[in-house]
Design a protein around this ligand. Structure first.
Ligand code: B12
Length: 134
């Protein structure tokens, strides 16, 4: 890793499925990222504000409630309105393939579905952020 990147892990929406977000937070931290976990029930505005305040390189959204097609784009909109459109947005959760493709067309860099390996997620994020450093 070229430098210890700062990553916000966020839980948009009203549901309480936080096991995935907590698992990812710990895995990224153990790999050497600086991780800020927002906790549950975050609005897109709150998430974008955290990204701004924490000067994050990337934001990972965890969503299992089914509201991903609404909330991912809303977070991206809030980021752009704060001039943070270059922050890497990725995420995971219960997101069907077709929806993952739709989100990728809207600029979400990668979606990791249930069963995704933590090693794979760490490797992907490190490589993707390293490539953006060049
Ligand atoms: C455990 C669980 C619960 C627990 C949650 C405990 C907790 N604190 O998290 C409890 C029992 C509380 C619960 C309740 C409910 N649940 Co529930 N739950 C599940 C279940 C069985 C597993 C989720 C889980 O924890 N997996 C383990 C973690 C580690 O995996 P994960 O989150 O998927 O994360 C992995 C990847 O997705 C990815 N990932 C996830 N987030 C992120 C983020 C980033 C940045 C990255 C890189 C990767 C990533 O990487 C992880 C590692 O592989 C799922 C079904 C399923 N198979 O997913 C249903 C499920 C999510 N639940 C569901 C529902 C409907 C509910 C309830 C509404 C049920 C009810 N009627 O009461 C309530 C809602 C309660 C509430 N207040 O929100 C539905 C959602 C339906 C939908 N999306 O359309 C599901 C899909 C079950 C189903 N098939 O219907 N649930």
């Amino acid at each position: 890793m070229k430098r210890p990147y700062r990553v916000v892990v966020a839980k948009p929406g009203l549901d309480g499925h936080d096991r995935g977000a907590k698992t990812i937070t710990r895995a990224l931290r153990d790999h050497g990222f600086e991780v800020i976990y927002t906790g549950l029930h975050q609005t897109p505005e709150q998430i974008a504000e955290t990204v701004l305040q924490e000067d994050a390189d990337a934001v990972g959204l965890s969503l299992l409630s089914g509201a991903h097609l609404t909330l991912f784009p809303r977070v991206m909109e809030e980021l752009r309105s704060r001039d943070l459109g270059d922050v890497l947005v990725f995420g995971g959760g219960v997101i069907p393939d077709a929806d993952a493709r739709a989100l990728s067309e809207q600029g979400v860099a990668q979606i990791f579905q249930p069963g995704a390996s933590l090693k794979g997620i760490n490797a992907w994020l490190e490589q993707t952020l390293d490539e953006r450093e060049d």
